[in-house]
Design a protein around this ligand. Structure first.
Ligand SMILES: [Mg+2]
Length: 341
């Protein structure tokens, strides 16, 4: 039964989310950040903020059981949520897991799933405290919700709308690995030239919680995680902040394994999703402080890949600048869950 309205394929994910945001708009002053960031933020009392996020993985859309094992799936389902908590500069604390299963699985599959999730949870001090199991004859669906909290240091959480003209754009690590890993899997290969690093990144992303906390301590205000591809995600940050961006293509860090394995490596690095590195922006003096702090902590310093500028009359746009200094605007659309199908 249909009752008018437009097909979601035409509406697109982003416009749909805007519609939903209008329907559930709240004026509660304790809701500090609602729909539209990596996670929502609620302030139960002054000086303390709770952060909540949720993410769903669907069989044959986000994973294939012939490409992965259950422990890896447990890792990934939790990791993508921890990444959204990291994107806020918050500490993940609790997780609940909803599993919709065909019913043909083995109890050992579910045990393996939880072992994979628990191993990651333990590393980040997260307690898995509940959830739901249900039957789903058409395929497996995994939904994880994570609650985190702000560190008690009085600094603001990281948000998408805090980017300012003049900010340096940084990324916490190389891009394109996960998208290259997906290509390898799609070709029916286990590895490319015996190098497992690309599929490993696709299957087992590492949430950048520690990196985010350090960014925040250095005074960074604006960040998000790169889940749908650098250019699409940067466009979201730009629109939230009301600024434009220039990305120096040559400065985007791309591992040699990706460059050597794929002629369109630039596309994989700029538009490939699933890397779960952090994208952030900060004034130059804060960015310099970040690089010193990472080096002191023995961590790989973030790379500067471009700059935020004032948005023109046409509104926020993302441009790519080549080695000769020529700029071209990009069609920055990231992965859209409804258009893609
Ligand atoms: Mg995110």
């Amino acid at each position: 039964m249909t009752s008018g309205g437009r097909p979601l394929r035409e509406v697109g994910e982003e416009a749909l989310i805007e519609q939903i945001a209008r329907l559930v708009a709240t004026t509660c002053p304790r809701v500090r950040i609602g729909i539209g960031d990596d996670a929502a933020v609620w302030r139960p009392h002054a000086g303390h903020e709770l952060v909540v996020t949720t993410d769903t993985l669907i069989e044959r859309i986000h994973f294939r059981l012939e490409w992965t094992d259950w422990a890896t799936l447990g890792h990934k389902a939790l990791a993508v949520n921890l990444s959204d908590i990291a994107a806020m500069g918050a500490l993940p604390r609790l997780a609940v897991v909803d599993l919709a299963l065909r019913g043909t699985e083995r109890d050992r599959d579910v045990a393996d799933f939880y072992r994979g999730a628990q191993a990651l949870a333990r590393r980040f001090g997260v307690a898995i405290v509940g959830g739901d199991t249900t039957r789903s004859p058409l395929g497996v669906a995994i939904s994880v919700t994570v609650i985190g909290e702000s560190p008690r240091d009085g600094r603001p959480l990281l948000r998408r709308d805090a980017g300012r003209p003049g900010d340096v754009i940084g990324v916490t690590g190389p891009l394109g690995l996960a998208a290259a890993g997906l290509r390898v899997l799609e070709r029916g290969l286990k590895t490319l030239d015996g190098n497992p690093v690309m599929q490993e990144r696709y299957h087992r992303p590492e949430p950048r919680v520690r990196e985010a906390l350090l960014l925040r301590r250095c005074g960074v205000r604006a960040a998000m995680d790169i889940s749908d591809g650098l250019l699409g995600d940067l466009e979201k940050l730009c629109r939230a902040s009301g600024v434009s961006a220039i990305v120096d293509t040559l400065r985007v860090p791309v591992p040699n394994a990706v460059k050597w394995g794929f002629p369109d490596w630039e596309e994989l690095a700029l538009r490939g999703g699933d890397d779960y590195e952090l994208l952030f922006t900060a004034p130059p003096h804060v960015f310099a402080r970040v690089q010193r702090a990472f080096a002191r902590a023995g961590m790989l310093p973030p790379r500067a890949i471009g700059q935020l500028i004032e948005a023109g009359t046409a509104g926020p746009v993302v441009q790519l600048r080549d080695a000769a200094g020529r700029c071209r605007p990009v069609e920055a659309r990231g992965y859209d869950h409804f258009r893609a199908g």
